[in-house]
Design a protein around this ligand. Sequence first.
Ligand code: NAI
Length: 301
Amino acid sequence: MVEGKVVVVTGAGGGIGRDIALAMAREGARVVVNDLGASVTGDGSDHGPAQAVVEEIRAAGGEAVASTDSVAQAVSAGRIVGTALDAFGRIDVLVNNAGILRDRFFHKMSAEEWDAVVQVHLYGSFHVSRAAAPHFKEQEGGCLIFMTSTSGLIGNLGQANYSAAKLGLTALSKSIALDMERFRVRSNCIAPFAWSRMIGSIPTDTPDEQERVKRLKLMTPAKIAPLAVALASDTAHDVTGQVFAVRNNEIFLMSQPRPVRSVQRTDGWTPQDVVSHALPALRASFHALDRSGDVFCWDPV
Ligand code: NAI
C-alpha cells in the first residue's frame, strides 16, 4: 500500500512505533527507524533498539536505516529528516510517535517534569514535522501522522504534562492540515491504546488488577499499525485533519470541539445574569469530569 514511499517513524525502536515501522516496510515502504533508545522517562540513550528493528526489516527483505537522534531539539530533529534524504533521497511520510512519561499529580509536578514531556511530544513533533515541511511543499505531497492520546482528548489523573502535550499535538496536526492543504500535505492523529512498556507499570497486586492487566495485554501494539499504513497510503488521499483512536480490533473517529449549546441576551450579560440564566441553561450540556477509562468503559473487542 505504500510501495516506494519513504517513511520516517520516530520512537520506532519498540512498542507501537516498532510495529508501524515493520508494517510500513511489509507494505513496500523504505523506512527510517528513529529511536533515541531512552527509558520510559526519557533518560539515557541506546543505539540498540533502532538498529534491531532495522535488522528485523532487512531480514524480512525490506529496506530500512536507523537514526538515533532525538526528536526533542531542532538540530537533531533535522538530522532525522536528513537521514531519510541521505539514504533514500526523499521523505513522503512522517509518523510522530516518540514519547516519554513523567506522571505526577499536578500539585506535585516539577517544572522539569513538565518541560521534559512537552519537549519530546510537542516540541519534538514540531521540530521533525517542520524539518519535513519544505520537502513536502517542494514535492507537492506528504503525510503526517501524530500519536495523540485519550489522556489529552478526554483526561487522565496525574498526567497534566502529557495530556497538555498530547492535546496540543491535535491542534498542531489540524493547523498543518490547514496550512499545507494547498501542497497536498495531509495530517491526521491516532490515539492508540496498546500494551507497551509505557503502560506496563500498572500494579498487579490484587486479582482484580491481574484480570485487568490480562485484558489490557490483548491490545498489542501491532493493532495500531494497519490504520497508520492506510493513512500513509495514497488511497487515503482525501483523509486529513481527523483524529482516530484504535483499541485492539476497534477503530474510532473521535469528535472535535464544536459549540454544543448557546444562550443570548439582547442587552448583554451581567455576572448575576450569567449565574441565574446562562449557567443553568448550559448545564444540561456540561461534560462530566471524565477520565479516558470512564468513556472507554467496556473491554476491548
Ligand atoms: P514506548 O515507550 O514503547 O515507545 C516510545 C519510544 O520513543 C521509545 O522507544 C523511546 O526510546 C523513544 N523516544 C523517547 N524519547 C525520544 C526522543 N527524544 N527521540 C527519539 N525517540 C525517543 O511507548 P509506546 O506505548 O509505544 O508509545 C508510542 C506513542 O504512542 C507515544 O507517543 C505515546 O505517548 C503514544 N500513546 C501510547 C499509548 C499506549 O497505550 N501505549 C496510549 C496513548 C498514546
